[in-house]
Design a protein around this ligand. Structure first.
Ligand code: IMP
Ligand code: MG
Length: 185
């Protein structure tokens, strides 16, 4: 297992910047959902760190649940729109105010499929909160209510996001130098 320094191109979002922005998002959500109860649905596994930090800054009552999704027939660095559930929710979302919490929206295919699946379960409301948005890569239009940072088209890792399942534990968002990474794998 490589030390991340060997393929870290640059730190895109330092820890302090993440903290400040996540707190601001939590406060915005608190204002918008005042008087309501939230069901935050974390899309595994990348959204976990963002979810746990975010909900600490949300004032209205929050319940959490988790959903695992996987793309069909493609590598981990892109998706093609065909998504299946690998782990389903354990609670009903009918008539509840659902907030989907994602790590990153790239082509938009994953979140578009999740939205479509969840809509059929009749939530009272359904909104998306993503930490990162690679807006220039979007293939399908998805409604994003809350976004932490719009980022350039680079492969990023840390703060929940993985490189081949590792490095999610890093407290910052870093850019991967893919040439250096592939050279050592
Ligand atoms: P989409 O379906 O193309 O929007 O892809 C979304 C999923 O791809 C995310 O939930 C991530 O799991 C993964 N992904 C996309 N870009 C990155 C990245 O730069 N780093 C880590 N994972 C990424
Ligand atoms: Mg993800």
């Amino acid at each position: 297992m490589q030390d991340y320094h060997s393929f870290l191109s640059e730190i895109l979002i330092p820890e302090e910047e993440l903290k400040t922005r996540v707190q601001a998002l939590g406060e915005e959500i608190s204002r918008d959902y005042a008087g309501r109860i939230i069901l935050a649905i974390c899309i595994l596994r990348g959204g976990v760190m963002f979810l746990t930090d975010l909900i600490r800054h949300i004032k209205p009552p929050v319940a959490i649940d988790f959903m695992g999704v996987a793309s069909y027939g493609v590598g981990t660095r892109s998706s093609n729109g065909h998504v299946r559930i690998t782990l389903d929710l354990t609670t009903s979302i009918a008539d509840r105010h659902v907030l989907i919490v994602e790590d990153i929206i790239d082509s938009g295919n994953t979140i578009a499929s999740v939205i479509e699946m969840l809509r059929t379960r009749n939530p009272a409301s359904l909104e998306v909160c993503t930490l990162l948005d690679k807006a220039s890569r979007r293939e399908v239009n998805v409604p994003i209510k809350y976004c932490g940072f719009v980022i350039p088209d680079r492969f990023v890792f840390g703060y929940g996001l993985d490189m081949d399942e590792y490095y999610r534990n890093l407290p910052f968002i870093g850019v991967v130098d893919l040439e250096k990474y592939e050279a050592e794998v």
